[in-house]
Design a protein around this ligand. Structure first.
Ligand code: COI
Length: 354
């Protein structure tokens, strides 16, 4: 890391740590004592601070609220077996954050601010990193437009914040997912590849409808034909077909997932054949029926590796193999966890040990 930035630290009067039940950590509900913020105006980032977690004052006219100029990321800090703290693939999240920023006409966040902000926050809130197996401190970088102006144009001021929340996996059981063929998450030329608030906003109504039918999540399909599988919104999707790992290729409508990339890299290293390509709904449904699709899972920072148990499509339910019998995805998930938790060699230099 280059120069050391000037970050003002204001410590919380009282920690909430002792009142927090670490055996009950639903995703994204419990926040650590502090947060990091930086402000952008006149073309530069300034006012870097670690301060007690809490409300940030804002005008009700800020453009993020009206026009959705807001982006975010998700990465995790792990407490390793030797007690050291590891942030996994932070560079990749920083890179993607700036890709999202570019598409949303927002300023880039310099690497130093992203990294040193995380380091400063983890330094003060280190005790919030859980030590239970499968748990971690989820780090949520977010940037939003703060011009108090109702004209439609890119804002000239922004706030960047880092929040942290101790958590286990986002999903606690195999998923029952519905292939969505009416609504669309993302369109060619749109913002589907960016981690921007609006992509999630537009998914909420179809998701709520699917929940009423008993589903845990949606599988989004392409806007033009609804014949090709894209992603799950909260995670990418990976299938095992005839022993190969097959996943929809990254395109303008599909998020370039860090966990997806990590899994594909580990699979190739383990000698498993990987195919990134268009994946049709027909191929998956026929494959479940004829036994060639032996595994399907969601892959994401929050989701980690979550098995898909059942897939609903056009009113029928297709059951996949028993997740306990899936050696490929469980093997890769173990390899990945061993690297994150420092139980095996980090040969690819993914761990940032703080
Ligand atoms: C993540 O995996 O970090 C995500 O951002 C997914 C989230 C929307 C639950």
């Amino acid at each position: 890391m280059n120069e050391t930035l000037d970050i003002t630290i204001t410590q919380a009067d009282q920690s909430r740590l002792t009142g927090t039940d670490f055996s009950q950590l639903p995703f994204g509900k419990v926040f650590s004592d502090h947060m990091f913020i930086a402000e952008y105006k006149d073309g530069e980032w300034s006012n870097l601070q670690v301060l007690p977690y809490g409300p940030i004052p804002m005008s009700p006219a800020i453009s993020a609220l009206h026009y959705g100029q807001a982006i975010f990321e998700g990465l995790k800090a792990y407490r390793q077996a030797n007690g050291k703290i590891n942030v996994f693939r932070a560079d990749k999240n920083h890179e993607r954050f700036n890709k999202s920023a570019h598409r949303m006409a927002m300023p880039a966040i310099p690497r130093e601010i992203f990294m040193q902000g995380i380091a400063a926050l983890l330094d003060i809130d280190e005790k919030w990193i859980p030590s239970q197996d499968g748990y971690s401190l989820y780090i949520r970088p977010v940037m939003y437009a703060t011009d108090p102006y109702l004209g439609v144009r890119a804002s000239e001021t922004y706030t960047f914040a880092l929040l942290t929340t101790p958590t286990g996996p986002y999903y606690s059981q195999p998923l029952k997912v519905k292939i969505e063929t009416e609504y669309t998450r993302a369109d060619d030329g749109g913002v589907g590849f960016a981690k921007t608030a609006g992509n999630y906003a537009r998914s909420l109504y179809p998701f709520a409808e699917a929940q009423k039918e008993g589903y845990d999540q949606l599988i989004w399909t392409d806007a033009a034909t609804h014949e090709y599988i894209e992603e799950a919104g909260t995670a990418n999707l990976i299938f095992v077909i005839n022993g190969k790992l097959v996943t929809p290729s990254v395109r303008s409508t599909v998020l370039d997932g860090v966990t997806r990339d990590t899994i594909l890299t580990l699979a190739k290293k383990a000698g498993i054949e990987v195919e990134e390509r268009r994946v049709s709904v027909k191929e998956i449904i026929e494959g479940i029926n004829d036994g060639s699709v032996t595994d399907a899972f969601a892959a994401g920072t929050a989701a980690t590796v979550t098995p898909i148990g059942e897939i609903g499509y056009q009113g029928s339910l297709y059951k996949l193999s028993d997740p306990a019998s899936r050696t490929i995805s469980s093997g890769i998930a173990k390899t990945l966890n061993d690297i994150r938790y420092g139980l095996s060699e980090d040969e690819l230099g993914w761990n940032w040990t703080i």
